[in-house]
Design a protein around this ligand. Structure first.
Ligand code: B3K
Ligand code: ZN
Length: 847
């Protein structure tokens, strides 16, 4: 396998003036004719990317068919002999035949339930035709689709539509990864939007006939996104139409193709009866994310794939801002930190660690990671904290001005911040080029009204990066007086050295330090604060993040000591009771505080402290702490379960969702005392999926779900998305000793349509979400997972490789588990014809 290096970047020697494509669609023999107008702009031969699945029917230059000696095909490349080029400007043309019906990798042109669709990012276009398939080659596109399918869509504006044929023109130069085509039996729900300058845009959400009544929320979310990007970033939409299509078979969440976003149907379709509050929130944010890419990604794209976080980090940051504006900012921040810690910190602390801007890869699809996306967004959050609101706005305006139409780099991005604010960002750049999560240690010294905070930072080695230099860390600090009042509001301390102190003078009494407010930097903070201090912050801090964090630390400390043979610490149980009974506190925030840190997180914390985590003991500790909370606060939980009931019709807004969240977590705690009684009643009576699904999950945990699971299955057998939930929750909520067996049984069912990525992820992801179940000492979880990864790899390498990350923490555990997980990984590695995707992932994990 060849490794690609950032240092090897060379510009393409030709400029592409226009791309014209004609598709003659047919399930197994689609013909694609391309005409590419090139002009030489540098030294080098004409080399085009093109996979082995392209059957060449004709190649020509300026209409002149090429003879066999005019070109060579090697692997995924077509080279044209210099002698075949007539001069500096010419039109290259190819007619190829491809077979969408055999495309189970869902990359390039494929079929999903009889409908044609495409996925080209990162390198899928080369499976459609020969092309300079790299993001820095941009051109306007003209596309003609010949097909009997009733709806024929591509990028840009429609310029001709007649039965059997459609023509599209996209005037905005774009790289091939943003190309899209859809042809199928689809219906739209339609609306329109007038932009701030008065352009009227036709909006459509295309779904299968029968799904229209579940597409309304996606449309509302799109309109909110268009408005928000105008108001907050001054960015307006730039075509006459904006189409969204829902597709059942899709490798990831969604794709920002210019003017034609293609979505996994689970991120479009929602009704109260079929989608949960979490599904609604996710739909809203992903619709926004893809829409926001129109500027951050499409109008300004990436020079090469090493720069992926240029568009992804920024677009995640923007969608996070959008959700905070529409819903609750503190709750959104806490949720984002939870996800960052669970996914990105885990990645950064294991064998797959890489910088937000990697400098080498073997398979780029393996780098659509939490580090590129979520850490990429955190780095922008830090930049904004350092330069302030005004600096950020000035830098972004300059970015859009200076780079519109460009394929840009992280250097370009940092330079607009330097130019707009006058700051030197040379040291800050390490956040982009270095992997690993810094450890930040804080010690306090108090003398005569002066508080000194001594910080030290250290980043542990990561693969290929042994020595780490200090980073710029914005540390947001506030001080709380002994009576609970804030004595110093938030200020940002800028740490740049390995060790650095900051003093606060003229303080009357010793304050409690509220540090890393709003999670001002993606670091692991270490400080000596006793349980009383944490309980104090949980009760009094004005910063919601630190408040939540204090509760979480109490819970983690309790779990950590219980998992090492200690007993449940009353500090957490008492403090959480006080918070729960405070009706002035947002129910969503209370719900977050009542959640216990995931077992996986406890394992990570123990490993970090040098203790080998035992999944079974951690699971037992988790159950026991939840039980202690339930017993200590039964009356309070019952009161919350009753008072938080939402009456009236279902609305997916933040207020109602918050009440449901608090009510349902109260139910989950009470479930440990009432043997699933409340859950069983709720399952029968609830009218929405949020409550029914929480009830079903609680019933599984209470061991009384057999009939309910069957009722649920019968009711939703025709709804793929709901059935995914059914496949997911059974291994996820099972008792650990049964989880792998249950997953194995489910995988034998006829309705386990494993080639569908959502279904596959539901079952394997459900098992992996059961920490003690996946890591069961008998190794059944590892074996089951490896069997299916091997099978999936032959059909869909991207999905197999992505799912293989369930093994990334294998080195943390005891010798018996390590031996079994390593054997599973080695078995995958030894599979004949293993994909480049899985080969890269597995070898990085084994090394
Ligand atoms: N840009 C796409 C992801 C493409 C993944 C390719 N394996 C979706 C997004 O981030 O918006
Ligand atoms: Zn994105």
């Amino acid at each position: 396998i060849q490794t690609q290096y950032l240092a090897d970047y060379r510009p393409y020697p030709f400029h592409l003036n226009e791309t014209r494509l004609r598709f003659g669609l047919s399930d197994s023999a689609t013909e694609v004719t391309s005409e590419l107008d090139f002009t030489r702009q540098g030294e080098g031969s004409l080399i085009l990317d093109g996979g082995t699945g392209l059957d060449i029917l004709r190649l020509a230059i300026d209409g002149q068919e090429l003879a066999p000696e005019d070109f060579t095909r090697e692997g995924e490349m077509l080279s044209i002999a210099d002698s075949a080029l007539p001069g500096d400007s010419f039109t290259f043309s190819a007619t190829v035949r491809i077979d969408p019906s055999s495309n189970t990798a869902f990359e390039g042109l494929y079929l999903s339930g009889g409908m044609f669709c495409t996925q080209c990012e990162a390198e899928g276009f080369r499976h459609i035709t020969f092309y300079p398939d790299r993001p820095d080659v941009m051109a306007p596109f003209r596309v003609v689709i010949d097909s009997e399918q009733p709806v024929l869509l591509s990028n840009g504006n429609p310029v001709g539509q007649e039965p059997g044929r459609a023509e599209w023109h996209d005037p905005w130069p774009k790289p091939a990864y943003l190309f899209a085509l859809v042809a199928g039996d689809l219906v739209a729900i339609s609306d329109s939007y007038a932009t701030q300058s008065g352009r009227v845009v036709a909006l459509n959400v295309w779904v299968r006939p029968g799904d229209q009544d579940r597409a309304g929320f996606a449309m509302e979310s799109l309109i909110k996104s268009m408005k928000w990007d105008e108001e907050v970033y001054g960015r307006e939409y730039d075509l006459d139409v904006f189409n969204i299509v829902a597709v059942d078979d899709f490798n990831m969440g969604a794709m920002e193709n210019k003017g034609l976003n293609i979505f996994n149907s689970k991120l479009v379709l929602a009704s109260p009866e079929t989608a949960t509050d979490a599904d609604y929130e996710r739909i809203e944010s992903v619709i926004a994310h893809e829409y926001f890419h129109n500027w951050t990604g499409n109008r300004i794209t990436c020079r090469d794939w090493f720069q992926l976080c240029l568009k992804e980090g920024l677009t995640v940051f923007r969608d996070q801002q959008f959700t905070s504006d529409l819903r609750s900012a503190p709750v959104k921040r806490i949720e984002d930190v939870q996800s960052l810690r669970a996914r990105q910190f885990r990645e950064d602390q294991g064998p797959l660690a890489h910088p937000p801007r990697p400098d080498h890869y073997r398979e780029i699809n393996n780098f659509y990671t939490a580090t590129v996306y979520e850490k990429g967004a955190e780095v922008i959050g830090m930049l904004k904290r350092l330069v302030g609101e005004d600096g950020y706005k000035a830098a972004l305006d300059l970015y859009f001005d200076r780079h519109d139409g460009d394929a840009a780099t992280i250097e370009d991005w940092l330079l607009v911040f330097e130019d707009a604010t006058g700051r030197d960002l040379a040291q800050f750049k390490r956040w982009y080029t270095d992997a690993g999560t810094p450890r930040l240690r804080m010690d306090e010294e108090w003398t005569d009204g002066t508080l000194t905070l001594r910080f030290s930072q250290e980043t542990p080695p990561t693969p290929g990066q042994d020595d780490k230099q200090p980073r710029v860390i914005p540390i947001a600090v506030g001080l709380i007086g002994p009576n609970g009042d804030e004595t110093r509001p938030t200020e940002i301390l800028e740490m740049t050295d390995a060790q650095q102190s900051f003093t606060f003078e003229g303080l009357g009494a010793r304050p409690v330090v509220s540090v890393l407010r709003g999670f001002s930097a993606p670091v692991v903070l270490d400080r000596d604060l006793d349980d009383a201090g944490r309980a104090f912050l949980l009760a009094h801090d004005t910063d919601p993040f630190v408040r939540w964090e204090a509760g979480r630390e109490l819970a983690l400390n309790a779990l950590q000591s219980m998992a090492q043979g200690g007993s449940a610490d009353p500090a957490y149980v008492d403090a959480i009771g006080r918070l729960m009974s405070d009706d002035d506190v947002d129910p969503a925030f209370r719900a977050l505080c009542l959640q216990l840190p995931a077992e996986e997180e406890v394992a990570g914390r123990l490993a970090h402290a040098g203790v080998t985590p035992d999944p079974d003991t951690i699971h037992a500790a988790h159950m026991q702490l939840a039980h202690s909370v339930a017993e200590a606060h039964e009356d309070l939980l019952i009161r919350l379960y009753q008072s938080m009931e939402v009456t009236g019709g279902y609305r997916p807004d933040a207020q109602d969702a918050a009440q449901r969240a608090l009510r349902l977590i109260a139910m989950a705690r009470l479930n440990l005392l009432d043997g699933g009684e409340r859950a069983a009643t709720l399952f029968e009576t609830a009218g929405n999926m949020t409550e029914r699904f929480a009830a079903l999950s609680a019933m599984i945990r209470a061991g009384r779900a057999d009939a309910a699971l069957e009722t649920f299955r019968q009711e939703f057998a025709d709804n793929r998305l709901v059935m995914d939930k059914w496949f997911m929750i059974q291994p996820a909520a099972a008792s650990p000793d049964q989880a792998a067996t249950i997953a194995a049984e489910l995988s034998q069912r006829d309705d386990f349509e494993w080639k569908n990525p959502n279904r596959f992820r539901a079952l394997l992801g459900g098992l992996a979400a059961n920490h003690a179940g996946f890591h069961a000492a008998d190794g059944l979880g590892y074996d089951f997972t490896a069997d299916w990864l091997i099978r999936m790899d032959a059909a869909n390498p991207q999905i197999a490789a992505r799912m293989s990350t369930v093994f990334e923490t294998w080195k943390r555990y005891d010798a018996g588990r390590r031996e079994k997980s390593l054997a599973a990984l080695q078995r995958i590695a030894a599979t004949p014809r293993l994909s480049r995707n899985s080969e890269e992932m597995v070898s990085r994990m084994i090394e």
